[in-house]
Design a protein around this ligand. Sequence first.
Ligand SMILES: Cc1cc2nc3c(=O)[nH]c(=O)nc-3n(C[C@H](O)[C@H](O)[C@H](O)COP(=O)(O)OP(=O)(O)OC[C@H]3O[C@@H](n4cnc5c(N)ncnc54)[C@H](O)[C@@H]3O)c2cc1C
Length: 427
Amino acid sequence: MSPPRPTVEVIGHRLDPAHYRVRDFLTRIAQPYDWYEAGSDEADRMLSGHGIAAGSLPVVIDGDDVITGATAADLARAWNVETEPTRTHYDIAIVGAGPAGLAAAVYAASDGLSTLLIEREVPGGQAAYTSLIENFFGFPDGIGGAELARRAGRQAERFGADLVLLRGVVGHDVAPDGRFRLDLGGELSVTATIVIATPGMEWRRLEVPGLEELLDRGVYYNAGRSEAAQCGGDGVVVVGAGNSAGQAVLNLAQAGARVRMVVRGDDLSKSMSAYLVDRIEANPLIEVQLGSQVVDVHADAGHLSGVTIADGRDDAERHDAQAMFVCIGADPRTGWAARAGVEADARGYILTGPDLLEAGRRPAAWRLERDPLTLETSVPGFFAAGDVRSGSTKRVAGAVGEGAMAVALAHRRLAELERLPTPSGGG
Ligand SMILES: Cc1cc2nc3c(=O)[nH]c(=O)nc-3n(C[C@H](O)[C@H](O)[C@H](O)COP(=O)(O)OP(=O)(O)OC[C@H]3O[C@@H](n4cnc5c(N)ncnc54)[C@H](O)[C@@H]3O)c2cc1C
């Protein structure tokens, strides 16, 4: 990943979903930019200065380069982001570039292993949705999640790791010689001796009629950081009561929005860190509605205009809202791994190490004369780290620690494979 570009300007419509996605992409790769609302005098002047027709929005101006009708993929191409692996085989393939995957890539590459880090979106995972991580050690003034990820990505590349972005792993199988073949979609695949799965979590959806149609049109999953920055003076709603909801509420209030926080439970402190609860209670722009749920959404010209909130006691009440941010937690993203036989617990988190043993017995399909290593899954040589792992701490530092530890354990598996006789017919 290159350092951020010095000047990036974007002209677009704030409420257009495609234009929002470009803003969101820039925010999540920690690329600073200036936003110009289409139709404003300044935006018109810039468009005519570059001889650009108004129909080519969104427009991204990067120094002398102008990208019209820009999408995240266009920007990735223009900025030389790798979207395909450079080799056909790696010692280690890491799936997912959140904090766990990034840390694994830094340590694997710095240990001299050929390393692929593959990410379906952009680096940072959930952390890229938070503007300030205040409890990651070594950063007393906090650090933006996207900034942290960008630094880690550059560090991994400097040690020689291949970072492939905007491309997900959709399946895998194991060859007779124990190598993994990862299916990257579009007839592209790669093999690896070791896999470290760090696919993290996906947002839990809010079941309210009509909500999906308003996605990116006033309704945003998680903090919607780039939109939150534009909400000054607006009335907005945040649904949820965890730390991510707390951070979103405070960000929005800091941007000058009037925030209604809709909480199903009866006490914020049951699910949120004390430092966030204190700040929320002290902020006059924030109103917390406990014991409440959003039961309906309302639209005007295809964009969110209000929500109805019920508390189970009085009549449900409609409130105007220009935006709603849904931060109701997340579930483990284990789809492809689970389909390929990696064992998970009842909630879908990947089981590793001692958690795979039942009354001291190894998993039925386990063929080795040893127990699974601490972060090894039910498939030898296939490790899991970070939030997706059963029993993980759901913290950036925990994910980073597990990513580093998975690499240390991978060395043990690599040494074991070197001692094994090569099976005949192996590729
Ligand atoms: C808004 C918010 C604020 C937070 N604030 C804090 C905080 O202040 N302090 C703290 O310690 N923790 C915080 N957390 C929690 C922290 O961000 C997570 O614990 C951490 O990001 C977990 O890292 P991870 O690498 O395990 O997974 P994730 O961060 O979820 O990353 C997983 C990555 O894998 C990718 N991926 C998934 N499937 C595939 C696939 N098939 N192929 C390729 N890529 C794939 C995803 O796109 C994603 O980028 C916060 C979380 C949120 C949502």
